[in-house]
Design a protein around this ligand. Structure first.
Ligand code: ADP
Ligand code: MG
Length: 232
């Protein structure tokens, strides 16, 4: 009778019920329910303006005016389409921005190694390419060991080849650390490449759910990824 049980509160996914958000009377999210299990990778698809970012911001508790019931892990990190690095701080300082403790540089180097950018630890953000900046943004998320990772079109501004590499990196990082992920994207193939489940947001509601049953690790050789292959 010595088994140690983990308190239920410490391992939890996302549970959203009746989420509603309107801007000036125009309803953008209309009674949305959403569950993400611990370690599950969920993609959120939808046309531009359908409310994907609004939903992601609400789940990240960045929108105090969203109404509804929300349970999300405390340990969470967000990566936006634009990297939002501070230009006056070196790369490694950006990675540990807002954190305190004795070995921040070591932690930053560890996270930067995971995204293949340890060599740029002392560089200034303005000297990085778009793809490198997004990898730094991923390192900044990783260093927080998130139980929930929120990604808002993180590869949207990258060229096709750089995007493929970034997608492969996210797949690798996810399988290594297994956070729950909510990835906002308008790219169906990206959703199929990365997610366990894809949700379609339409008219303020989750209109469809697609279970992605392509086995992992997902190879670009799979017939579903013909378009992605052509971009190579
Ligand atoms: P998506 O990310 O799917 O492109 P958004 O969530 O950014 O869509 O926006 C959904 C809708 O809500 C859009 O019509 C947008 O103009 C509107 N919207 C988003 N944020 C605001 C805001 N702060 N004020 C007014 N309208 C907003
Ligand atoms: Mg958006």
């Amino acid at each position: 009778m010595t088994a140690i049980s983990t308190p239920a509160e410490t391992i939890q996914g996302v549970r959203v019920r009746g989420l509603r958000r309107a801007f000036g009377g125009r309803v953008v999210l209309d009674d949305v329910d959403l569950d993400i299990a611990p370690g599950e990778f969920v993609a959120l698809l939808g046309a531009s303006g359908s409310g994907k970012s609004t939903l992601l911001r609400a789940v990240g508790r960045l929108d105090r005016q969203a109404e509804g019931e929300l349970r999300v892990p405390e340990q969470r990190a967000i990566v936006f389409q634009e990297h939002r690095l501070l230009p006056w701080s070196q790369v490694w300082r950006n990675v540990t921005l807002g954190l305190t403790g004795p070995d921040l540089r070591r932690q930053a180097l560890h996270a930067l190694t995971e995204v293949g950018l340890a060599a740029r630890a002392d560089a200034w953000p303005t000297t990085l390419s778009g793809g490198e900046s997004q990898r730094v943004a991923l390192a900044r998320a990783l260093v927080r060991t998130p139980e929930l990772l929120l990604l808002d079109e993180p590869f949207g501004a990258l060229d096709a080849l750089t995007r493929l590499k970034a997608q492969a990196l996210v797949a690798r990082l996810w399988s290594r650390h297994r956070p729950a992920v909510l990835l906002v994207t308008h790219d169906v193939e990206e959703a199929l490449l990365l997610a366990d489940r894809a949700l379609l947001l339409e008219d303020g509601k989750i209109a469809r759910e697609i279970i992605v049953d392509i086995p992992r690790p997902r190879s670009l050789d799979h017939p579903r990824f013909a378009t992605l292959r052509r971009r190579l």
